[in-house]
Design a protein around this ligand. Structure first.
Ligand SMILES: [Zn+2]
Ligand SMILES: [Zn+2]
Ligand SMILES: [Zn+2]
Length: 138
C-alpha cells in the first residue's frame, strides 16, 4: 500500500491528517518489514520527544483496523507492517534475521477445512518463519 492509498482510506473514514499520523505512515512506507511500537517510538522521538506509547498504539490500532497496516504477534510483541497486498487474502514468510516479509497468495485453509466438515471456522493464522535469501547468503 502506498502513502496516497493510506491517506485516501483515512480521509474516507474522516480521520484528520496529523503530523503524528504522517510520520508513522512515512516510517512504515520506508521499511518493508514488521516493526514494533518501540521502533516507531524511537523513530518519532527524533522529532517529537516524549511521545507516548498510548498515542502510538492508538494510531497503530486505527491503521490496523482500517487494513492500512497488517499486525501479528512475534515473540510476544505486537508487530506491524504496511499492508503489502491490499484487498488480497495472503499469508507471509517472515525472515527471523532481518524481519523482511514475502507475501504468499496461496492459502492452506482449503486443504485443512476438508478435515473439519462439521465445524464452523471463524478465522485462521498461518505464517512461515526462516531466513530470506539475502540472510541465508550472509
Ligand atoms: Zn501482507
Ligand atoms: Zn532476511
Ligand atoms: Zn489464509
Amino acid at each position: 500500500m502506498t502513502l496516497d492509498e493510506a491517506w485516501r482510506i483515512l480521509q474516507e473514514k474522516q480521520f484528520k491528517r496529523t503530523k503524528n499520523r504522517d510520520t508513522i505512515l512515512q516510517f512504515f512506507s520506508e521499511n518493508d518489514r514488521y516493526l514494533t511500537a518501540l521502533e516507531v517510538k524511537n523513530f518519532m522521538e527524533e522529532d517529537n520527544p516524549g511521545i507516548s506509547f498510548d498515542t502510538i498504539y492508538r494510531n497503530l490500532s486505527t491503521f490496523s483496523d482500517l487494513g492500512i497496516l497488517e499486525e501479528t504477534d512475534l515473540n510476544g510483541d505486537r508487530h506491524f507492517r504496511m499492508q503489502c497486498d491490499p484487498g488480497v487474502h495472503h499469508h507471509h514468510f517472515i525472515c527471523t534475521a532481518c524481519g523482511k516479509t514475502r507475501s504468499i497468495s496461496h492459502c492452506p485453509m482449503e486443504m485443512i477445512t476438508v478435515n473439519l466438515p462439521d465445524y464452523e471456522v471463524e478465522g485462521h493464522k498461518f505464517e512461515i518463519y526462516g531466513k530470506c535469501p539475502l540472510c541465508v547468503a550472509k
